[in-house]
Design a protein around this ligand. Sequence first.
Ligand code: CO
Length: 299
Amino acid sequence: MLKRFAMGWMALVCLAAWGPWAQAGSHGGTDRNDLSEKGPVILLVTFGTSVPRAQAAFDNIGKRVRAAFPDAPVRWAYTSSIIREKLAKAGQYLDAPEIALAKLMDESYKRVAVQSLHMIPGAEFHDLQVNAGAFRGMVDGFDRLLIGHPALSTAADLDKVVDAVFRIVPPERKADEAVVLMGHGTHHPANVYYEAMMYRLQQRDPLVFMGTVEGTPTLADVKTMLLERGVQKAYLMPFMSVAGDHALNDMAGDDPDSWKSVLTEAGIECVPVTKGLAEFDPFADIWVDHLRAVMARMQ
Ligand code: CO
């Protein structure tokens, strides 16, 4: 009886000794408790851009994120491998979200707020959710990893985005002049957000239109509506976080198939505005608000 009691205690003592040893060993001898004190880190994820001037949009949103969360380190990741390779050739190295998360895990961060800087929850956001989500539940990994939504997500976001559009319309625009927003568009079901935008914009002002480069509504749809309403002058604005390749070439370029050329050909005077949405504070703050909702759940 006494012997069995003693053996039981010995087993317990062995387990207690093994526990901390195993933890320290898996961290290469560093102190786990100190590392878990590291505060939440922010990872901003965007498609990226290789247009130097377009960087202004990311600079602005980075500035507003740092002002809103002064204690949190901010990292960036670009989802586009083409953009990352292009920048790398010029000596600028950006991480893919998966690499950025692996580095944060290696640096023993325990809480990560991943904020999508996309416009819609389309293919890229979908992929981000899957791959960032795969970092949950790893041994010695993150205790908490949350992902903030793109600009357009809920019905309330739709209202906020439409409000923000009306706040950034060029002040010199007259009531009989049109505003044409150029979104990216996608084969992903989330393309419906652009159709929803068209509907909401039209409710507020029948001379503000939404079109897309690769989805619907198309440029042909917008052109038909502009001609039906007898529009003579239109401001063209990218409905994208940055004024990159699509804005400079597909929208404002001189090629015959650019939006400027097609609409000018149809007799409409075009004024391209080559500024990304994230350069405007009312828009930048939509993403910052989504990040705020995630950060509130980090404690
Ligand atoms: Co594109």
